[in-house]
Design a protein around this ligand. Structure first.
Ligand code: ATP
Ligand code: MG
Length: 352
């Protein structure tokens, strides 16, 4: 976990590309701080600017404006030697693994060590260490074509860690893998984060990845960070519509289209209130609905419900309709007094 020291700092980062002779702003005004030892996730739709953002961190590409500071060192484009040194502190893995197909597992992992001028015996010791870390000692002489996707990504991780980096950048590292293999790789990332106190900055378009291993998260949309913070908070109270869509899709919280059409924004005598409840920790385990019915004198129609364990915490979201229109205010106050977040989605006329 994070020890409070700043490892990555982006300040006012913008990136403008020329597309068909017109300026295209891929990133605008990005401020981002990642603490040492943290797993920080960036989520966004395709084209949001995620890969561009990641390439700013190791200065694979240079920002059009703004400052990149890595482990206290301000980076500039014209710092040749220093930049190489800082880049050695940063490993990177990709969606399609980027292994050399003509080389064995051993040689793929050894590559950065050879470039760095290590002796053969030091290389051998280090590669064996890394093979043990990723659990692929037996595959040292295999070629990438003889490995599964998950194994290939393990090799790519070992190669990225060869020079003891402080930071690992992951660009959609699990997007080409099935859910089971994805979880294995995420588990490995979590292990190396803890064992090596490695700072991990990962980008993804999958909420599951964020939920499973990230401590904090930022949402990127059209080149802007539209929301960032604690992962559990993001699930409980997503603010921006892009984040709301990610959470709703992940939690399976889409109401049927015909019901959606019938939601009114103002109440009348006959309409029934439609509430969205979000709760965490202890309140997720209470018999909330039974208490609500007893306390507020209303029947409750549960339309959708989902509960998730997000890291160590339980988070639940329920969408329900109160059967007694009079009970709305009372119910909201009662639920809020229990620490439940309540949002009125609207009102539905039961006579259709
Ligand atoms: N070298 C470039 N020249 C011009 N435009 C570029 C360049 N690289 C990226 N872009 C544009 O910047 C935008 C963001 O691209 P980027 O690859 O960062 O998105 P992304 O969020 O990683 O998407 P995906 O999830 O599909 O990988 C896109 O509209 C893309 O066309
Ligand atoms: Mg990308």
């Amino acid at each position: 976990m994070s020890n409070g020291a700043l490892m990555i700092s982006l300040q006012g980062i913008s990136k403008t590309y020329l597309q068909h002779k017109k300026a295209f702003h891929a990133l605008q005004g990005i401020d981002l701080s990642v603490q040492a030892g943290e797993i920080f996730g960036i989520i966004g739709l395709s084209g949001a600017g995620k890969s561009t953002l990641l390439r700013m961190v190791n200065l694979l590409e240079h920002p059009s404006a703004g400052k990149v500071t890595i482990d206290g060192q301000l980076l500039h484009a014209d710092q040749g030697g220093l930049l190489r040194g800082v880049r050695q502190q940063i490993g990177m893995i990709f969606q399609h693994f980027n292994l050399l197909h003509s080389q064995t597992v051993f040689d793929n992992i050894a590559l950065p060590l050879k470039f760095a001028g290590w002796s053969c015996s030091r290389i051998k010791t280090r590669v064996e260490e890394l093979l043990a870390l990723i659990g692929l000692t037996e595959k040292r002489n295999a070629y990438p074509s003889q490995l599964s996707g998950g194994q290939k990504q393990r090799v790519a991780i070992a190669r990225a860690l060869a020079l003891h980096p402080k930071i690992l950048l992951c660009d959609e590292a699990t997007s080409a893998l099935d859910p089971h293999t994805t979880h294995n790789i995420l588990q490995l990332l979590q292990e190396i984060n803890q064992k090596l106190n490695l700072t991990i900055l990962l980008i993804t378009h999958e909420m599951d990845v964020i939920k499973t291993i990230c401590h904090r998260v930022a949402v990127l949309d059209h080149g802007h960070i539209v929301e960032q913070g604690n992962v559990v908070e993001l699930f409980i109270h997503p603010q921006h519509h892009v984040t709301q869509r990610f959470v709703e899709n992940y939690m399976g919280l889409q109401l049927p289209e015909d019901l959606k059409q019938r939601i009114l924004q103002t109440r009348s005598e006959k309409t029934l209130p439609l509430l969205k409840l979000a709760f965490r920790g202890e309140s997720a385990l209470r018999p909330l609905i039974a208490e609500l019915m007893a306390h507020c004198g209303t029947g409750v129609n549960i339309l959708l419900a989902n509960m998730q364990a997000i890291q160590q915490e339980i988070v639940g979201v329920t969408i329900l309709m109160l059967q007694n229109p009079e009970a709305e205010q009372n119910a909201i106050e009662f639920l809020r007094s229990l620490g439940v977040r309540v949002e009125v989605l609207g009102y539905v006329n039961p006579v259709h």
